[in-house]
Design a protein around this ligand. Structure first.
Ligand SMILES: Nc1nc2c(ncn2[C@@H]2O[C@H](COP(=O)(O)OP(=O)(O)O)[C@@H](O)[C@H]2O)c(=O)[nH]1
Ligand SMILES: [Mg+2]
Ligand SMILES: [Zn+2]
Length: 355
């Protein structure tokens, strides 16, 4: 295994040299569990921890390694290592952490493409597809929609679903597949290139791990939601999230997500809902909220049936979440600042022997 096989490229190497990291080894994080990591290097796999310095200077989740990260590390004996630095990420997939407002959760780093997997049976939901798309568009990750379990419905229904997706979502490839019959596999394989990293996104039970196993030709991932949840052992070594396919593509599996909250979607919503943004330029008022204003081009388009009401509703909902996320982040920063000042004064007073 050489580093290029794991997706290493000249940009990372340039960073390594320019930042005097040549004394360290280089590896990619292939699994993470509670601040324990598995890092793969050209020598093998290592169970790793970060340096104390990294932990104490960390300001948030993003300062900790995530699956897909490139790291500078020192390896000890056969299977232990210490991580010293995280290389800058060219992309990062985040979502709003459930129950922790204003805090983002990293799904994976250094991803080229995301396969957004949705099963065509009970799981199928266009609003949720738009949600994942927004996350991809925010993350600068190219999305591909994969509709799975087509063996469970007939061709007429498959075509209906494909039509309904295409009427709402433009410029994103859509592939219908079945892990049972392997229909659609050629299409998916043709997208996968050597040295590029692909992340599987979607609810649990939609067939992500089965797809990964089928593509790799080996049973590398545990399938089925049940075994997945009971298999969370003490050791991270019990699972791998990143694997290299025979054709050289790199795949990252993900445990399913029940909720996909929108975390700072820079241009994510603009790209996903380009039509709404275009329309809004025609609104009478510059600060139109597209809720009740007269001369609102967005509302007019909904009225005339040129913009699907469901798409409009979904956009408004995510827009609200984005605003809420942003305001909670501002709130948190303020609190952190106040706390920082308090600590500073406290330390000053300590020096003056006030305490
Ligand atoms: N009928 C059908 N079942 C599938 C398909 N893909 C996966 N499954 C089943 O769906 C369940 C969940 O699959 P899994 O790969 O673990 O889903 P994950 O949670 O997204 O990783 C398993 O019982 C699979 O056998 C498919 O294309 N068709
Ligand atoms: Mg799975
Ligand atoms: Zn408007």
């Amino acid at each position: 295994m050489i580093l290029e096989d794991l997706g290493y490229n000249e940009n990372f190497e340039k960073f390594r040299i320019e930042n005097n990291l040549v004394e360290f080894e280089v590896g990619r994080v292939i699994a993470e569990h509670k601040e324990r990591y598995i890092v793969k290097t050209d020598k093998g796999e290592f169970e790793a921890e970060i340096t104390g310095n990294m932990r104490f200077s960390a300001k948030g989740r993003e300062d900790f390694p995530a699956v897909g990260d490139w790291v500078a590390l020192t390896t000890f004996d056969t299977d232990f290592a210490i991580i010293h630095h995280i290389f800058p990420r060219f992309s990062i997939i985040k979502r709003q952490a459930v129950g922790h407002f204003g805090e983002a959760q990293i799904i994976a780093a250094n991803i080229d493409y995301a396969f957004i997997v949705q099963a065509v049976d009970r799981d199928f939901n266009i609003n949720r597809l738009e949600r994942y798309l927004t996350i991809c568009n925010t993350s600068k990750v190219k999305p591909v929609i994969v509709l799975s379990k087509t063996d469970l419905i007939d061709e007429v229904r498959i075509n209906e679903i494909l039509e309904s997706v295409k009427s709402r979502i433009n410029n994103v490839p859509v592939i219908a597949i079945s892990n049972e019959t392997q229909s659609g596999f050629e299409a998916i394989k043709s997208i996968i290139e050597k040295g590029k990293t692909y992340c599987l996104l979607g609810s649990s039970g939609v067939g992500k791990s089965t797809l990964l196993n089928n593509l790799s030709g080996k049973a590398v991932m545990k399938t089925d939601t049940i075994s997945e949840s009971t298999n969370r052992g003490r050791h991270v070594t019990s699972h791998r999230e990143l694997i290299v396919l025979e054709n050289g593509g790199i795949l990252i599996d993900n445990p399913g997500m029940r909720e996909v909250g929108i975390a700072d979607s820079e241009n994510g919503l603009e790209i996903t809902f380009e039509i709404i943004y275009q329309l809004s330029r025609e609104c009478k008022f510059k600060d139109c909220t597209h809720t009740q204003e007269t001369g609102c081009a967005v509302l007019d388009a909904v009225e005339k049936g040129e913009l699907e009401k469901d798409a409009y509703d979904n956009y408004m909902k995510m827009q609200k979440e984005k605003a809420h996320y942003e305001s909670t982040v501002v709130e948190r920063r303020k609190k952190d600042k106040v706390f920082g000042k308090m600590m500073k004064n406290y330390k000053k007073d300590m020096k003056k022997n006030k305490y």
